[in-house]
Design a protein around this ligand. Structure first.
Ligand code: FAD
Ligand code: NAD
Length: 404
């Protein structure tokens, strides 16, 4: 009799947690296939560092095969193009793969809200490739500025769209990187302009006001200019337009625009025909897609409502990893013929937002942290994520140990 086949799409936090737990819980009762578009996993939560150039992109990624048990998991490096739930199969660039159980863990894509020009003219922090592209673009602007006859200052203007956690963490890294670039290319630092444009009336909307005040002051000290309550309306070849009020718009000329103003799930969720909100599926309590008894969705493609505030939980690595553990247990139970599945309940331990390698703000177990203690905690969290997937050896290879 053919063994049931479990196919996991995406080797990010959710997918790798599912697979590394499944390989321990299943011993021969099922076949496990992991599909990812690259042969490496990248720490999405460190991509702002690779984008700014404060960390090399190779430090941010590791070989998927180094964390899976190859006698139990078959890895396929290919791109998923479609999911046909009515035929229990996945279409990839290299052919079709049938499944009995499917886990969709394909992560997020930038949400541009249909704003004109963003797709064409703005960067976004989404993958190793995009991070490398941003870093090289920044280097190029600084290198060529010093050679120009008629120096155009907009070459040294960087706009960051959105002051959510991604935007703020990227600004923190830029604050450390720009002085290095100025030194390297003999550029007067006063020529550089870093502008963060936020639509809401404050940065990090909804986060603790005391911590937000600290973050803003620290970033302003590093040269960041905040434009608050002024949504980006359009991106062009020359920069962006922001709305000052209902009638007035202002142009900010910039050679670099990084859009960090929100995410949506994978476009494959919409293509496959799941009922969704911004490409995220409101999953059942056991993480299955409604109406699909053999399809689980974890990470940024899933949506769960926090009933205490009646709003969706934010898409985070913290939740994706916890979902991966429960998803693995639930699939193992189904394979073993059990039908009583576990309910997923997020266990939120807090949030830490870095402001560069040496500074951060955070709320951890209800306690406020700022400065070096928060930066220390951030590294502990980053190392813990490595440990959860690849154990101590991965922490030794890729971990962050510069604590003071
Ligand atoms: P991911 O970890 O992004 O993995 C998705 C995987 O699917 C990738 O390997 C990708 O290559 C693969 N894939 C995508 N499409 C295809 C395809 N068509 N075919 C094959 N493979 C495909 N969250 C926190 O909790 N704490 C933080 O400190 C934090 N910091 C962040 C910092 C930044 C800069 C960003 C951008 C996000 C941060 N987040 C943080 C959010 C967190 O990274 C995401 O919530 C998390 O990565 C979601 O996990 P996932 O498994 O759904 O997707
Ligand atoms: P976000 O949705 O959290 O923040 C986006 C920001 O962009 C918001 O402040 C929003 O008001 C602003 N915005 C929206 N439209 C705009 C416009 N037209 N012009 C200017 N500003 C606009 O998105 P994110 O920061 O990309 O984060 C995505 C997810 O990843 C979130 O769930 C976040 O919690 C998580 N994350 C967590 C961390 C951390 O824990 N340290 C770090 C990064 C990301």
């Amino acid at each position: 009799m053919r063994k049931p086949r479990i196919v996991v799409l995406g080797a990010g936090y959710g997918g790798l947690m599912t697979v590394t737990r499944l390989q321990k819980q299943i011993s021969g009762e099922a076949e496990i296939i992991l599909i990812n578009k690259n042969d490496y996993h990248y720490e999405t939560t460190w991509l702002h560092e690779a984008s700014a150039g404060t960390m090399h992109h190779d430090k941010v990624r590791y070989d998927i095969k180094s964390v899976i048990n190859r006698s139990k998991v078959h890895f396929m490096e290919t791109t998923v193009e479609d999911i046909k739930t009515d035929e229990n199969k996945v279409i990839t660039t290299d052919g079709e793969v049938e499944y009995d159980y499917l886990v969709i863990a394909l992560g997020a894509e930038p949400e541009t809200f249909g704003i004109k020009g963003l797709k064409e003219y703005a960067f976004s922090i989404t993958s190793i490739r995009s991070a490398r592209h941003i870093r090289e673009h920044l280097d190029y602007q600084f290198a060529t500025y010093s050679q120009e006859q008629e120096k155009k200052d907009e070459r040294l203007t960087i706009v960051v769209g959105g002051a959510g956690f991604t935007g703020i963490e990227f600004l923190g890294e830029l604050g450390n990187r720009i002085p290095e670039l100025c030194h390297e290319y003999d550029i007067d630092p006063s020529k550089v302009r870093i502008v963060c444009v936020e639509a809401a009336p404050m940065i990090l909307p909804g986060f603790d006001p005391e911590l937000v005040k600290y973050a803003r002051a620290k970033l302003e000290k590093k040269g960041v200019e905040f434009r608050i309550g002024t949504p980006i309306k359009e991106a062009t070849e020359d920069g962006i337009f922001i709305a000052i009020n209902e009638e007035e718009v202002e142009e900010i000329k910039a050679s670099t625009v990084v859009w960090a103003a929100g995410v949506r799930g994978s476009n494959l969720i919409e293509k496959a025909g799941f009922e969704n909100m911004r490409a995220r599926v409101k999953v059942e309590k056991d993480l299955r897609a409604p109406g699909h008894d053999n399809v689980f969705i974890v990470g940024d493609c899933s949506l769960m409502i926090n009933e205490e505030i009646n709003r969706p939980y934010p898409p985070t690595a913290q939740i994706a990893m916890q979902q991966g553990e429960v998803c693995a247990r639930n699939i193992a139970a189904l394979v073993k013929g059990k039908h009583d599945l576990e309910t997923f309940v997020p266990d939120l331990k807090g949030t830490v937002c870095s402001l560069g390698e040496d500074d951060a703000i955070g709320l951890v177990f209800g306690k406020k942290l700022m400065g070096s203690s928060a930066a220390f905690m951030k590294k502990v969290i980053d190392n813990r994520a490595l440990y959860m997937i690849g154990g101590a050896s991965l922490v030794f290879k890729k971990g962050k140990f510069k604590f003071f």
